[in-house]
Design a protein around this ligand. Structure first.
Ligand code: GLN
Length: 276
């Protein structure tokens, strides 16, 4: 029977050979998922034997990660804004970068607003906003049925009341207006998809592919959002780091106070504008 230390070392070597970044870290998190013990406990007390059943379960998870399946799909969860959200293959994994957009939305709210999250995916933005402001009325839309059911699950898991609707952008919200609209739409140019990290290529293209120039969804949102925003309402969009000028330009006709915010890596990540 291998010890925990040996099992971790072998798993890390396998993952390293498969090109997994931070292989030892992922090995520890996968074993922690199997045994239920915090990774640091496993490391600190690594001389214990790993039972055969746990070793087999660990091996199966390492084999999945070797194929470059994202860690968060294997663990079934990911952190966002201090919450733990469920993940599922077929739905984009919440990104730390997207917390910048969430912070900007929260900073503009008093807590009683009607808020819409378009292209909600796991529901990360909608759930985090509803969690911070229980008095807000929070709505979410997505074209993916898998996303809508996961967003509902995540809202329930976090004790947030969320009205999540299936459909293409504003289609399920005909005739409705909001005080704040947030969105992290697909924004990667189609031609760049093939060059993405192996893990990101296991995520749904539907959530990533922003059309030939990456701006297809921004064009539609910029055109359709004004009719769904109250006077003085805010539109906040996550952007690719080289898209600030173009997205700002798309908002110029109907929005004022257009501002760009960086993520913690210093890359432009958010464009916000207020309806004229
Ligand atoms: N930031 C994501 C990535 O680079 C893209 C998310 C999106 O297209 N909305 O993987």
């Amino acid at each position: 029977m291998p010890t925990i230390r040996e099992a971790l070392r072998r798993a890390a070597a396998r993952l390293e050979a498969a090109g997994v970044p931070e292989a030892p870290n992922d090995a520890a998190l996968l074993l922690s998922h199997v045994t239920g013990e915090p990774p640091l406990n496993l490391r600190a007390d690594g001389g214990r034997p790993l039972g055969l059943e746990a070793a087999a379960a660990f091996d199966a998870l390492v084999a999945r990660r070797e194929t470059r399946e994202p860690l968060q799909y294997i663990l079934g969860e990911a952190p966002f804004m201090g919450l733990t959200l469920g993940t599922a293959p077929g739905v984009l994994i919440p990104r730390f970068d997207t917390e910048a957009l969430c912070q900007q939305a929260l900073a503009r709210m008093t807590g009683r607003e009607r808020v819409l999250d378009l292209c909600t995916g796991t529901g990360a933005l909608a759930v985090a906003i509803g969690h911070r402001f229980p008095g807000a009325r929070v709505f979410a839309g997505d074209i993916s049925p898998q996303a809508i059911s996961l967003a509902r699950e995540n809202a329930a898991r976090c004790g947030v009341s969320l009205d999540a609707r299936l459909g293409d952008l504003f289609a399920p919200f005909a005739g409705e207006t909001f005080d704040v609209i947030v969105s992290n739409p697909p924004y990667i140019p189609t031609g760049d998809l093939a060059g993405l990290q192996a893990e990101v290529k296991k995520e749904p293209a539907l959530a990533l592919d922003g059309g030939p120039d990456g701006l297809a969804l921004y064009r539609r949102i910029a055109a359709e959002a004004p009719a769904h925003l109250a006077h003085g309402g805010w539109l906040l969009l996550e952007i690719g780091s080289d898209q600030a000028a173009e997205v700002g330009g798309l908002l110029a006709a109907d929005f004022e106070q257009i501002s760009v915010y960086a993520d913690l890596n210093g890359l432009d990540r958010v464009v916000a504008g207020r309806k004229k």
